[in-house]
Design a protein around this ligand. Structure first.
Ligand code: ATP
Length: 201
């Protein structure tokens, strides 16, 4: 997408994750960060190859997770999905996504959205110095994770308050495997897809 010629640069939130599956806490984070920071939109960016989760558990194929995320955000104003990492071969590095988006739309004001657990791992990310020079990072507290924002030299990190929701994709997968419902923990369209595709059994 290209900004309107002469207009102010667009302000876009990038909210990356494995989203296996997406859940209400992801959606509340996207909605509230957009509202509180006055962003034009927040894009959920499912990673194609979540290199930091390799070998930890079987990961649902990227195209399936993309379909789940598209179903999850349908009808939520200002919240969208980017397939850029699913479409790009190899490990999904956020710096590659950010550089590609800036090349496509110079001047774009990018805000990386992370939970506090992910924020504390930012310095393990590929080329994190380059990444943190290019984006502002919005950090939301996550129940059970270290609270607050880490101090990282040269980085612009801003705390954003969101309701504390103790929900995780791991919980949802365990529920499905145990035959428990996931209704209301994720939108109905996601519940339907999980059932129809036989995921997490
Ligand atoms: P899993 O349980 O499989 O590890 P997850 O629920 O942590 O998954 P991810 O897709 O790994 O979900 O997370 C994507 C982003 O969403 C991360 O930045 C993470 O910190 C954030 N996030 C996930 N759940 C919450 C939550 N309950 N509150 C705030 N942030 C969250």
């Amino acid at each position: 997408m290209t900004s309107v010629t002469g207009g102010a640069p667009r302000r876009v939130g990038l909210f990356g994750g494995t989203f296996d599956p997406p859940h209400i806490a992801h959606l509340v984070v996207a909605v509230d960060v957009r509202h509180r920071l006055g962003l034009d939109e927040v894009l959920l960016v499912p990673n194609g190859d979540p290199w930091q989760k390799r070998g930890t558990r079987p990961i649902t194929p990227a195209r399936t997770r993309l379909a789940l995320v598209e179903a999850a955000v349908a009808g939520i104003p200002g919240v969208g999905v980017s397939a850029v990492e699913v479409d790009r071969p190899g490990a999904s590095y956020t710096i590659d996504t950010v550089e590609a988006m800036l090349a496509d739309e110079p001047g774009l004001d990018l805000v990386l959205v992370v939970g506090s657990d992910a924020a504390h791992g930012l310095t393990t990310w590929e080329r994190h110095g380059d990444l943190l020079a290019l984006v502002t990072v919005a950090v939301v507290d996550r129940p059970g994770a270290s609270a607050g924002i880490p101090t990282i030299e040269g980085a612009r990190l801003v705390p954003v308050e969101v309701p504390a929701l103790e929900v995780s994709s791991t919980d949802l997968r365990h529920r499905v495997a145990a035959g428990a419902p996931i209704d209301a923990l994720t939108p109905p369209a996601v519940v339907d897809l999980v059932r129809d595709r036989g995921l997490y059994r």
